[in-house]
Design a protein around this ligand. Structure first.
Ligand code: MN
Length: 283
């Protein structure tokens, strides 16, 4: 299922180019969207049939007439992988002499949940004079509390997948600072539930800036795949339902600037775009 949050944070299912409003299928509280989502994920296996029946009478919209919201609006944390594709490792070493910055040597880091935005929103660059890069990533949302979960069991704890742009100011500051400015975590276009993705460790990931394709990779080349990274993350901290884990970027990262349109496409998941502007007054 493709689960979307849209318009006033209504809950919807996307099929082809149609959005079915299923807000009424559960006790969905538009003022407490994240906790409603967590509850929904818990009961999803039991209400799947109910949802399918509901679709026949649900109010519908065409996809183009709704505003898609970030599909996971306010997790307790965003866990992010540092260099996790070998080609990206090579490029970081060439440009920034970062060869040792892998999960094995560096562990992982957190991004501020307040940096999340949704499709068609705008990345606001805080420093027009500093290089700020796009990173195309496959991310997933945790379905239930997890601690010390083995890779072989991780699939039981992942509700679904979506695309994530890990925006970063290059420089010497710590990663959480350089990657947590407001608007620095665009996610979308919706959550595709795990059953529909089948194998998350074999998905195409492509990113365009305007007409130029900058990144093109496949998650089969992840150094720590989704499940192994889940094991690593849950060995350190308890993963709460609704938390986001993002798996790291392949090679091809590059700068973005005011006026750019950045489009991320994940195979079997979907695509979305965001805009780029300077923060605050025009410069
Ligand atoms: Mn990243």
């Amino acid at each position: 299922m493709r689960l979307t949050l849209f318009n006033d944070f209504s809950l919807g299912i996307v099929k082809d180019e149609v959005v079915y409003d299923i807000t009424g299928v559960t006790d969905w509280d538009k003022n407490n969207v994240q906790s409603s989502l967590v509850t929904f994920m818990q009961i999803y296996p039991e209400i799947k049939d109910k949802i399918n029946n509901f679709l026949t009478t649900a109010y519908t919209y065409t996809l183009s007439e709704v505003t898609l919201r970030p599909p996971v609006p306010n997790p307790t944390k965003i866990i992010a992988a540092p260099v996790n594709y070998s080609l990206h490792q090579d490029e970081m070493n060439e440009q920034f002499q970062n060869a040792e910055y892998t999960i094995e040597n560096l562990g992982f880091f957190l991004k501020a949940p307040s940096s999340i935005i949704g499709p068609e929103e705008t990345i606001k660059l805080p420093f027009p004079e500093r290089r700020t890069d796009h990173e195309a990533e496959l991310a997933f949302v945790v379905s239930k509390r997890a601690k010390d979960v083995l890779a072989s069991e991780a699939h039981n704890y992942i509700f679904g997948y979506f695309g994530l742009m890990d925006i970063v100011v290059r420089g010497k500051e710590d990663r959480p600072w350089r990657k947590s400015f407001d608007t620095f975590t665009p996610i979308g276009p919706w959550i595709v539930t795990s059953d529909e993705v089948e194998n998350p460790n074999e998905l195409g990931v492509d990113l365009w800036v305007n007409e130029e394709k900058r990144q093109s990779a496949n998650t089969k080349d992840l150094i720590y795949d989704c499940y192994k990274f889940f094991e690593e993350a849950s060995s350190v901290m308890t993963l709460e339902p609704g938390d986001i884990v993002t798996t790291g970027t392949p090679d091809g990262v590059g700068p973005i600037t005011k006026g750019d349109q950045v489009c991320l496409k994940i195979e079997r998941v979907g695509e979305f775009k965001v805009y780029v502007d300077y923060k605050g007054k025009e410069k």
